[in-house]
Design a protein around this ligand. Structure first.
Ligand code: GDP
Ligand code: ZN
Length: 468
């Protein structure tokens, strides 16, 4: 029954409100499947479908009562050149709640039309071969992108740049496999050329190198996709919460002159020059006796360890008069933080309270005042630089891994490639070695979801000229 249900769902006609929920100017209702044209005819009274991809203004009638529901635009996208690959119809109507619900109930009157489940339209596009899995993920990311950089990365992935790269690799692997299989089947044959295995080995080496360099990306794409975690840490009362509020431009965290005010983590999401940032204010680090404060400090240290970037805040007037580097190393120790100073952005706050300014600070150390605003724009620009190098710049030439799923399959694929190499070196049976290649390809195929080993082998074998 479960199979039948999903089968039924995949082949029935589906419909849904495709624009946002709630009151809006225009609402789009989308219908996909073989009954789309029936829906169109019933609601408009047209005898035949309108020209493809041309908007027409029509009265929309309820199929049972015959009453006019609204006047709106209709659009017809005949298969296979539609988003789902099926016949698709769109109604652009006024966005009021009552109009939308009357339209949905009207479409539901047509036999074999069912409300779509989340992701149903895209699922059909995937099964129709319109997009591979990476493109589907790109589309999902585009729908939830909140900043410019996220939008760019998602768009490139939706357009298939990541999928294209993975497909090229899969093709290379398939060719290598075909050669190895041919070697197994025809090695006694005089027709097979010498050096087949050696040339496969060379190709696989190049492939493995390409995969490795694709993977040594410091998780840039993943960080951009999920947002950069920035933790603000330091001793109590140095201005961490004030800094969070200044950067967020709103009083998200409570600021008092009392040490130990911030106890739990306070998170704020923001867009910094197109990059998504999750700022996290933490409890001040000191020896605490209070149980709640202890737990807060524990969380603060964990947040510092987990962060993509740490803003280490210290009070400029309280900094001892020793060389800066040494003062900061000591400060890390007093805070009980085991992080690298070079990886932090150091914020020396309360600069308004020191008479003579510290000269010549290293690039990652910034003198600020949350009172006067001094140094804040400089901090923002240093932050921006760090974000750029953390997230990278997604480009057509070098699409980046955006999900842990990609990395896992790539790692497994690489392992199998190594296994193949090891098998050969151990002079194992070539049939067993070839199985490692097959596994490598299978895992690469899972990235795009559209490569079945057998399919690809058929394709290549059909072109592969053995007798040559
Ligand atoms: P936190 O404990 O590190 O989060 O520090 P808060 O942000 O709560 O600030 C502690 C106290 O320092 C408050 O009274 C703030 O008003 C004050 N403060 C914060 N930043 C500055 C600054 O740049 N200059 C001066 N003069 N006071 C500040
Ligand atoms: Zn605080």
């Amino acid at each position: 029954p479960k199979f039948f249900k999903s089968f039924h769902r995949l082949y029935s006609t589906i419909f849904a409100l495709s624009s946002g929920q709630g009151k809006c100017g225009v609402a789009v209702i989308r219908v996909s499947g073989s009954k789309s044209v029936d829906v169109l005819k019933s609601l408009t009274g047209l005898q035949k479908p309108p020209p493809a991809r041309t908007a027409l203004l029509k009265k929309l009638l309820h199929p049972v009562s015959g009453h006019t529901i609204d006047k709106g635009l209709i659009l017809y996208f005949p298969r296979p050149h539609s988003f789902t690959g099926e016949d698709v119809v769109e109604f652009h109507v006024h966005g009021g709640r009552a109009v939308v619900s009357a339209m949905l109930s009207a479409v539901g009157q047509i036999p074999d039309c069912f409300p779509a489940q989340p992701g149903d339209f895209t699922k059909r596009a995937f099964y129709a071969g319109k997009m591979d899995l990476t493109a589907v993920e790109g589309l999902a990311d585009l729908l939830s992108a909140e900043t410019e950089a996220q939008r760019k990365q998602a768009l490139l992935q939706m357009e298939g740049h990541l999928g294209k790269l993975y497909n090229e690799w899969a093709q290379t692997l398939v060719k290598c496999m075909a050669h190895v299989e041919a070697y197994i089947d025809f090695s006694e044959d005089d027709n097979i050329e010498d050096g087949v295995l050696e040339s496969v080995e060379k190709k696989l080496k190049v492939l493995a190198e390409e995969m490795k360099s694709h993977m040594s990306d410091e998780r840039r794409g993943e960080i951009l996709r999920s947002g950069v975690q920035v933790s603000i840490v330091g001793e109590p009362n140095v201005g961490k919460s004030s800094l969070l509020n200044t950067l967020a431009q709103r009083p998200a965290a409570i600021v008092t002159s009392q040490a130990g005010t911030t106890r739990d983590l306070v998170r704020v999401s923001m867009d910094l020059g197109g990059f998504p940032v999750q700022l996290c204010d933490t409890a001040g680090l000191r020896e605490a006796s209070d149980e709640v404060e202890k737990e807060g400090i524990h969380r603060a240290k964990a947040a510092a360890a987990k962060a993509d970037l740490v803003l280490l805040v210290a009070s400029a007037p309280l900094l001892p008069k020793v060389p800066l580097e040494q003062a900061l190393q000591n400060y890390l120790k007093t805070c009980g933080l085991s992080i690298n100073l070079k990886d932090c952005i150091v914020v020396l706050n309360k600069s308004d309270l020191i008479p003579d300014k510290i000269q010549e600070l290293p690039e990652n150390v910034i003198l600020t005042s949350c009172e006067s605003g001094e140094g804040i724009s400089q901090l923002l620009s240093v932050l921006q630089n760090r974000l750029t190098s953390l997230c990278g710049d997604p480009s057509r030439e070098c699409p980046t891994i955006t999900q842990a799923r990609h990395r896992t399959y790539l790692e497994t694929c690489l392992e199998y490639l190594h296994e193949y190499q090891r098998s050969l070196e151990a002079e194992q049976d070539l049939v067993i070695a070839a199985e490692q290649l097959r596994q490598a390809l299978r895992h690469l195929g899972m990235l795009t979801g559209k490569v079945s080993t057998e399919q690809l082998l058929d394709l290549v074998f059909s072109e592969f000229c053995i007798g040559k």
